[in-house]
Design a binder for this molecule. Structure first.
Ligand code: TYD
Length: 203
């Protein structure tokens, strides 16, 4: 089973991805927790470039870098783990590219969808959790964490477009994507997430 976590800045998906991993492991499952960008050794070099505040990167270059990161990630981490029967949880995946590069950056739709398809070789998660949070609240949380990255420093309108696009994709993929309102505290949110697991995955 392949699960992805998605959402805007400061939505808490890394925390929930980790909590879900621990929960599934406690019921005897083998789980690989990974992330994009940066799920491989090569990917962590790409990640540093992508998040570096001091680098000026063309939007199309940025898109290629996310996709290069994904090719490595899918080939070296995700597919091998799935073929060994493990559960894979990825902190961000293809929907991030749609939300950020198509929604946020407004790159041409055919380019974004085509590169997303090529880089993932058509591998779509079985289940995706979209952790939804109002933009200003999320950005407040990232600011409180300290140094902000190249994306977190984008203007409010960029983040609003990202959120809108996420909600649009979710509306078009109701079976796969579960929108989780994160306003109710960590434990309640995690409980809701677990409630969406297919029967047999819950303890
Ligand atoms: P990260 O620190 O992982 O963000 P977060 O802490 O919110 O998970 O940084 C990844 C950034 O990269 C994030 O702002 C979203 C962006 N991104 C894209 O723009 N496109 C993509 O395809 C992916 C995977 C991430």
């Amino acid at each position: 089973m392949f699960i992805s976590f998605e959402g805007g800045e400061g939505c808490g998906k890394s925390t929930h991805a980790r909590m879900l991993k621990e929960y599934l492991e406690s019921s005897g499952k083998e789980v690989v927790l990974t992330r994009e960008p940066g799920g491989t050794q090569f990917g962590s070099t790409i990640r540093k470039m992508l998040l570096d505040n001091d680098l000026s990167i063309e939007m199309t270059t940025e898109m290629f870098l996310f996709c290069a990161d994904r090719v490595e990630h899918v080939e070296k981490v995700i597919r091998p783990a799935l073929s060994e029967g493990k559960i894979v949880i990825s902190d961000r995946y293809i929907d991030s590219t749609i939300a950020y590069q198509l929604g946020g950056r407004a790159l041409p739709e055919d380019l974004v969808r085509y590169l997303n398809w090529i880089s993932s070789k058509g591998l779509v998660p079985d289940l995706t959790f979209l952790l939804d949070i109002p933009v200003e609240e999320g950005l407040k949380r990232t600011a409180e964490r300290g140094k902000t990255n190249r994306f977190e420093n984008e203007i409010l309108a960029f983040h609003e477009r990202v959120r809108e696009k996420y909600l649009e994709i979710a509306g078009n993929n109701r079976q796969r994507i579960k929108v989780i309102d994160t306003f109710k505290g960590i434990e309640e949110t995690q409980k809701e997430i677990r409630g969406h697991l297919p029967a047999g995955r819950q303890v």
